[in-house]
Design a protein around this ligand. Structure first.
Ligand SMILES: [Zn+2]
Ligand SMILES: [Zn+2]
Length: 141
């Protein structure tokens, strides 16, 4: 963990080490508030300003990813392998998916480009929301 930071010329501090550990052990997409809450519940609170600052530094150094959440909020992504996202339009659930680059070839403009990466966000209804919308009681007279 410590080497992770030192290799990037980052000072090793307790909050940084704890944050790195959190990201290594946790999967998902978190707002700074989510992360603050987790640490608070674990009995090891990190001041929110420190947290914001460290998250920004980690992101700049490629130690964590960024993704924009359902309400336009910035979330930090613990999954650093290239991936795309699938988002539920109803509850905002966000999951990681892997798309095949050859499926994403532009048909028209850009077809002659060499595609080296993609950041795609697909939208839809998650299984829970499909059930919820299907069983919504229909008004009766
Ligand atoms: Zn949903
Ligand atoms: Zn992700």
């Amino acid at each position: 963990m410590q080497q992770h930071l030192e290799r990037r010329g980052l000072r090793t501090t307790q909050p940084r080490l704890r944050l790195l550990q959190f990201f290594a052990q946790t999967e998902g997409h978190f707002t700074p508030e989510d992360i603050a809450e987790r640490f608070r519940l674990a009995g090891e609170p990190i001041p929110i300003a420190t947290l914001y600052q460290n998250l920004r530094v980690f992101s700049e150094h490629g130690l964590i990813g960024e993704v924009v959440g359902h309400g336009g909020e910035l979330r930090y992504d613990t999954n650093l392998t290239p991936h795309s996202h699938l988002r539920c339009n109803r509850c905002g659930k966000l999951i990681d998916i892997v798309l095949n680059l050859s499926d994403l070839r532009p048909h028209d403009q850009g077809h002659d480009w060499q595609i080296t990466g993609a950041r795609v966000e697909l939208q839809g209804l998650c299984p829970v929301c499909q059930v919820a919308t299907a069983t919504k009681p229909t008004p009766t007279l």
